[in-house]
Structures are given as structure tokens and as C-alpha cells.
Design a protein around this ligand. Structure first.
Ligand SMILES: [Zn+2]
Length: 523
């Protein structure tokens, strides 16, 4: 059975207290959602937010392969006719799909709108008829439907019937406060199906950590359109996470959700959107790195013998991958898959594996931690096996920190790099020394390796290592980088934080260049 997807990352997601979109962020998110094959993408109504950044102009000219843009707004206000309503007139001006929300809970009619139940029905009916008269495809969002159904069922159903009779193409049942339980969602949807014949959608919030479960319950009882945001961002505790919902429905329940083959980009696209919205995907179901990571020695061992022992699905189905975390407690079987990325046919009992395990343990004793920095570990393997030629050398760098009393500190970096026999010099300035070093390195290397333009640092962590012998005040720097496709992590260790940072930065750049080589070989 086909389930339609409706994304509201740009509308409900923008209600999240930490998310702010620029025009380009919005356009990029739309491109990503379109490439994932999302059916409908909802965008906010500028009448609510009159700041004009040119987004709607560019949106009009945007060519999408699959998705349809949905303009969002509300029904007319109390006592207002549709032709005099600014929201409706905007809605009908630029998109052939419109979503309007209206009250389905009489408590809101009496206490918020402060009008009569009949007037609320008129507002809904006339708004939908107006949009239909303009030839629009209309979604009616029945706001607070489940709370309404639980407290005054007759009226909640009357609202839906009014919307259907006025010509709504789809009716979306909303758990706006996020407080409903799956058993009530099920009962309500069964009841609605007895009264309503147009396609039903489900829109759930996560205030009880039930948004995804509630949406699944609705689908199991006949809802055919799922609404949510990528990574579950949204007001208060967020919306249903559309990525998890899609995976649950398509991979685990056998519904037909995304177009053929698209589900393999679910992880990459969710992570790319997380970057734009500047949220961490740490620990998120399905798409995070942790989702298929195995640490303890016996788990790692078992999962390598048979992945089904500790994995609920094959991670590659959604474009994620298994990670075996390295640590003192895991043995050969943990590092073997990483070694095999470099030497695919290496034998578990080979001397080389013993040598690499010993090298790893030795470096861990000096403060390196590779479980969170597997890109550095892959580079180490290559170096130890003589399979590594650096793409560049840093011949020199000079860092000057200038601090004037009462002013911000400024860092100046001058660096000289060498690629084969060619030298390049670059200088930069920044508020912080690590940022300045990163900028200077990439500026110097850019003429040789233009793909470094796409690389961004997304996380930088410093940890002072414990006082074990010989590592007195050693610091460990961990850097996460991305090129918009993959995320990789590198580590540097030194008594000097700048040196540790530089080591991790150089590893990050080397890893990217190595990765580029590998993908061009695969073409
Ligand atoms: Zn909502």
C-alpha cells in the first residue's frame, strides 16, 4: 500500500527554539527533500512573518523533480469573508497545493476564537470552498483533532464532515499538543474512517515521546499521508521524525513510501539537513552513527559473525553503516573490518593484524582514542603498512596571537605547504588560533585540491587526558568534518593544544583527499 509523505521541516520545524533558516538554507532543504522523493513540502506563510528575503520569488522559479510545494495558512478569521482575507489570498497566489488549519476542538472555538461552533464551521467551509474555486489542491489540518475527539466527539467529527463537504482533498488529523496515546489514536482513526472518505493524514507531536508511534498507529488504521519533520525538529519537543517514520513504514512494515531506491539516501539527507538546522544527530534512531555502532568486545564479535545478532535491520538499506568502536576492550575482531577497508582480503591471523593491534594499543596509551576517530585510524593503518603517501607537507607555520587590553584576541597564521615540488604560501587571521590554522591550511591547499572547498568542520572537542604516567597534561583534540556527503572524525594528541589541533586537521584533510581518490577509482 502506498503511503504519501508530507514534510514540514520548513514550517513546523521553524518553530523549534534553536532553528533559524536563511533563504539559502530553505532552498537547500527543499532540494534535499526533493532528491529524497518526498511527495509534499510545506513552506511557511510570509503573512505570518513579513520579513522578505526573496525566498518566495526564488521558490517560484525552482524546478523540482518529484516534490510539490504546499503553501500553509489558516482559515479565515472570525467574521471575515475569504475574498477579504490576506492569508488566503497569498496562499492562492503562488502554489497549486494549499494547507489550511482550522479548529477541531470546541474548547479552542469558545476560549481562543471566542466565537460559536457554527461560525467556526462557516470559517472552515468557506475557506476551503474559496481555495477550491481557485483550482487548488487543499489539505485541511484539523488542529487539536484528537483532544477534540476525546472531549466532544460529535463536534470534532462535524468539523471533518464540514471540510469534506466543502471539497477538501485530504484531511489531516493533528495531535497538536502531543499528549494522545496510541490506543486513542487508533480508536479515533477507526471512528473517522466510518464518517470520512477523503484521504486521511496524520500530524503528531512528540511531547510524550510518542509522535512516531502515534503516526504508525494512525497508518495502521488507514491514514495514508504522514506528516513530520526530518530529525523530528519542531515546536517544544518536536514533531514526528519523518526519517524514522519512513524507515519504520517502508523497511519494517512493508509499505510503499519513497520512490524506488530513494531510501538509501535517507541517512545522508537527514544528516545534511541536521547540518543546515545545526542540530546534532547523536543517538538518533536509524540515521545516527551510534545507531549501528558496537562497542563491547563480545557484541562486536557476534555482530561480525552474524549482523542479525545485534542489529534490527541491515544499516546499508537506509545508507547508514556499521561501526565497530575501537577500544582497549575490543580485540582483533573490532579492528579487522577497518583494516579490511584498506586490505580487503587480509587474514585475521596475519602478523600484520597483530602488529596493527599492538600499534593501536601503544598509541592509546599515549592518549589517542580511535573509537571516535576512525578516519585517523585508517590513515594509521595505511602508514604502518607502507600504503600511504602524503598528499602534501606542511613545511612551516607561524602563529601569532595578539591580545590588546580590553579588545578581542586576534590570531594570525602564516603557513607554507608543499605539494610535489610546488610551494604555496597562505596567511589568514581569525578570532581563534585553531580556526586561523584551518583557514590558512585550506587556503594554501585550495589551488591543488579544489574539493577542499566543500569541507567543513562540524565539531571540535578538546579533552585533557588523565594524569597517567607520561601523559601529564596531554590534550586530545577530536574533529568531525564533512563534505556534505560523509562525516569523518580525526584525532590529534599533544601537550600543546595547537599541535594536537593541527594534527587532527591535517588528518582530516588527508582523509578527504584519500576518499576523493577512492571514489574516482570507483567510477
Ligand atoms: Zn504541528
Amino acid at each position: 500500500m502506498r503511503i504519501f509523505t508530507y514534510d514540514t521541516t520548513l514550517r513546523d520545524g521553524a518553530q523549534s527554539d534553536t532553528v533559524f533558516y536563511s533563504k539559502n538554507d530553505k532552498l537547500n532543504i527543499i532540494r534535499l527533500l526533493d532528491s529524497l522523493g518526498i511527495d509534499f513540502i510545506e513552506v511557511d506563510n510570509p503573512v505570518y512573518n513579513p520579513y522578505d528575503d526573496g525566498f518566495f520569488e526564488e521558490l517560484k522559479n525552482m524546478k523540482l523533480n518529484h516534490s510539490r510545494i504546499v503553501a500553509f495558512g489558516s482559515t479565515v478569521k472570525v467574521g471575515v469573508l475569504p475574498q477579504n482575507d490576506s492569508v488566503l489570498s497569498f496562499l492562492s497566489s503562488y502554489s497549486d497545493c494549499c494547507a489550511i488549519f482550522g479548529k477541531a476542538w470546541d474548547l479552542h472555538v469558545s476560549d481562543v476564537l471566542k466565537t460559536t461552533n457554527e461560525e467556526n464551521l462557516r470559517m472552515i467551509s468557506e475557506s476551503i470552498k474559496y481555495l477550491k474555486s481557485k483550482g487548488k489542491y487543499v489539505f485541511f489540518d484539523a488542529e487539536h483533532f484528537f483532544d477534540g475527539w476525546l472531549s466532544s466527539r460529535e463536534y470534532a467529527l462535524a468539523v471533518l464532515e464540514e471540510a469534506q463537504n466543502a471539497g477538501a482533498d485530504e484531511i489531516v488529523l493533528c495531535d497538536t499538543n502531543g499528549g494522545t496515546f496510541p490506543k486513542d489514536i487508533e480508536k479515533a482513526v477507526v471512528d473517522v474512517k466510518r464518517h470520512i472518505s477523503v484521504r486521511l493524514g496524520i500530524h503528531t507531536h512528540n511531547d510524550c515521546a510518542l509522535a512516531v508511534a502515534n503516526a504508525l498507529s494512525a497508518v495502521n488504521e488507514g491514514a495514508e499521508l504522514i506528516q513530520g519533520t526530518i530529525n523530528g525538529i519542531g515546536e517544544r519537543c518536536g514533531n514526528a521524525d519523518l526519517a524514522a517514520l519512513i524507515a519504520n513504514l517502508q523497511i519494517k512494515s512493508g509499505f510503499d513510501v519513497l520512490p524506488e531506491g530513494k531510501i538509501r539516501s535517507l541517512t545522508g539527507i537527514s544528516r545534511a539537513i541536521a547540518q543546515i538546522t545545526n542540530i546534532s544527530t547523536q543517538g538518533m534512531p536509524y540515521i545516527s552513527r551510534a545507531a549501528f555502532s558496537h562497542k563491547a568486545g563480545t557484541h562486536a564479535d557476534a555482530v561480525l559473525k552474524n549482523p542479525a545478532t545485534f542489529e534490527h535491520i541491515d544499516p546499508s538499506l537506509i545508507g547508514n553503516k556499521r561501526t565497530i568502536l575501537l577500544s582497549e576492550i575490543s580485540g582483533k575482531s573490532a579492528i579487522l573490518p577497518i583494516i579490511r577497508r584498506v586490505v580487503p582480503d587480509i587474514d585475521k591471523n596475519s602478523d600484520k593484524v597483530d602488529m596493527l593491534l599492538a600499534a593501536m594499543k601503544d598509541r592509546e596509551a599515549h592518549g589517542y582514542r580511535y573509537e571516535a576517530a576512525q578516519a585517523s585510524f585508517e590513515l594509521l593503518i595505511r602508514k604502518m603498512l607502507g600504503m600511504y603517501t602524503p598528499h602534501f607537507e606542511v613545511d612551516l607555520y607561524k602563529l601569532i596571537n595578539e591580545a590588546k587590553l580590553g579588545e578581542e584576541c586576534k590570531s594570525y597564521v602564516f603557513t607554507e605547504v608543499r605539494v610535489d615540488d610546488q610551494k604555496e604560501i597562505a596567511a589568514t587571521t581569525s578570532d581563534g588560533p585553531v580556526h586561523a590554522i584551518d583557514e590558512a591550511l585550506r587556503k594554501a591547499l585550495r589551488p591543488f585540491f579544489p574539493s577542499l572547498d566543500k569541507v567543513q568542520l562540524i565539531d571540535y572537542k578538546v579533552r585533557v587526558m588523565d594524569n597517567r604516567s607520561a601523559t601529564g597534561s596531554t590534550v586530545q583534540v577530536l574533529i568531525d568534518s564533512t563534505d556534505g556527503r560523509d562525516v569523518w572524525s580525526t584525532v590529534g594528541v599533544s601537550i600543546d593544544i595547537i599541535r594536537a589541533s593541527q594534527e587532527a586537521l591535517i588528518d582530516s584533510i588527508e582523509y578527504k583527499l584519500l576518499k576523493d581518490e577512492k571514489t574516482s577509482e570507483n567510477r
